[in-house]
Ligand binder design. Sequence first.
Ligand SMILES: Nc1ncnc2c1ncn2[C@@H]1O[C@H](COP(=O)(O)OP(=O)(O)OP(=O)(O)O)[C@@H](O)[C@H]1O
Length: 693
Amino acid sequence: MSRGPGLLLRATLRTRRREFVRLAGWSLVEAVPALLSGWLVARAVDDGFLAGRGAAGFGWLGLLACAVLVGAWGTRQVTLQLAGVVEPFRDDLVSLATTGTLHHSARVGQGVDTAGVARLTEQVEIARESYGAVVMFVQNFTVTTVSVCLGLAALDPALLLFVVPPLLAGLVLFLLALRAMADRQRAVVLADEAIAEQVSTVAGGLRDVAACGAEEAVRRRVGARVDEAAGAARALARLTALRTAALGVGGWLPIVLILAGAPWLVRSGVTAGAILGALTYVAQSLQPALRGFVQGLGGSGLWLLVTLGRILETAGPEALGASGAAGVSRTAGGSGRAGAPERDGAPGKGGAPRTDDLPQKAEAPRTVGAPQKAEAPRTNEASAASVAAPVTGTATVASARVAAPLRASDGQAAGRADGTPPADGPGKPAAAAPPRAPTPSDAPRETHPRDGRVDLRGVTFGYAPSAEPVVRGLDLSLASGTHLAVVGPSGAGKSTLAAIVAGVLEPQTGQVRLGGVPVRSLDTGGLTRSRVLIPQEAYVFVGSLRENLAYLHPTATRPALDAAVHAIGAAPLVERLGGYDAPVNPALLSAGERQLIALVRALLPPAPLVLLDEATCHLDPGAEAVAERAFASRPSTLIVCAHRISSALRADLVLVMDGPRCTLGTHERLRAECALYRDLIGHWDQVGAEVRR
Ligand SMILES: Nc1ncnc2c1ncn2[C@@H]1O[C@H](COP(=O)(O)OP(=O)(O)OP(=O)(O)O)[C@@H](O)[C@H]1O
């Protein structure tokens, strides 16, 4: 637990001293029954009922009733005074949260994260309620304990021996457990936040989940978060046993001790009324106050600490340093959140990825701020290497290694070959944005594939355990920069394979590596920076054309946009729509136009792997060739689920899928040796001829 919440609370106590003194004053009134109850009961017993003077006994009890009425009035006043303490605290927190967010937005030069502010203000409300409860419980326990001790001393100081030691022991036990409980509570809060993030991401992308058949993968991912939350809650629950033990020692043990020690007390001259009074003090005042203290501090107190910690973390150091409105924040600024992780553009939740970092669509890699690694230099030897695997018409496993085709004439590739960044354009690494600090949930994950190399080892995938696998035992190695066409009859598994390689679907057995990194080990940010998957269905949203085109690369410059638009062949469309600032209505666009927009969008970020899953099917062959060449001219690995022979002809390698059987080779080799491939070519030729007619 950071020091921030403690400092903030201490600063609050200092700045609101007058309100606290007033509250303490009314607490004394509220504590009148606690102070007098045992003593009045002792008088009623000793001087009244046991002395044979029933009326006097009732008289003492009447006084006790009056004391209770006075206490009730005190409680009313305490509640009113509490608002004077809690509401300014809430205002300070709101100022702190909004100021921090505004300063952060101003510093990173992005719009204000209103969702982040809303999340913070929700946490402020939790902190406010918890704070009020903690103040109530603590002041009530303090005043009650002092009152009970005074009352016991008034009855007989010996009685203190039976009450104070177990009370202190219970308190020590509880305070020792409190720190561990705070850590567990924090884990519960973080786990809840992670579930909320995941669920909101999934809810926003349900269409894509269904389209990609990723239900099982999503179920597993969300299920893992739920399991984490359940584990954290169980760990917290185990510790609450200590809380109960503390209550038993501090609240019940004194009663047992007084009863057990009654003979000794009587021998020492303590009256029966005093013993009964002591029991009244403990049972009626001390025990409820201790229960409130233990349960309040162990519940609301933990929420307060954890929520304050989260507010301070997410509001950022700017909030502590700059919130002029927050009187407390200036004092608490010394806590310095300098080491707290900063998140891109908005205050997020520590340890959990921001929802808006996650891909909203299957094709959507967010590349903001993604530091891209320069590709390894390519050599002529590499380019001279050829397909190593023999074509095996019946083999269920295809395995081949191809070298990266050399694109020496390509300015971008040449730029990368010597390690320098290429010129501005589609292949340019993302403009340097502040790197995201590692978060706990990121820690064990690798986020930087070295390049666009793709390795599949023994990959088997079926949509259900009992279903026939769509892909079975597939081995495939593609050197970075390879252009692969995947062909096969409808339903052969091309889209499924693309989703597996993209890390959307998890194979039942085997592993997929991208740039040397298991694709499933990549966190969402790493995954979206590493590959672009464009499905057949192109998403275009209502907004400006620029917003649509730069959706995956919002910092793209105008020259980069122009270059991508020209490379894809979308310039006439941009002109027809009225330029980058023109509004776009998806309903008024043809399927081909929507695909052009999606293709430009995918070309802008410099992902090392691009998967086009029939993403050009609505373009005519000429436009498709232009678009595919735009991707092929980048150093990225390109995998195209082809639906035309021309696509396969342009590729370095072709993978023929025939159910779970796959065959890999060059176009020439497959035409010579693979009957299915020849059938496909024949089918494509026939379709092409019909279209031409
Ligand atoms: N979400 C899903 N749930 C269950 N089965 C699915 C799902 N998606 C695809 N399949 C099945 O998996 C097999 C492979 O489908 P896939 O879409 O990968 O083939 P494809 O080669 O891309 O087909 P097409 O060329 O028609 O797009 C098919 O039998 C299909 O019915």
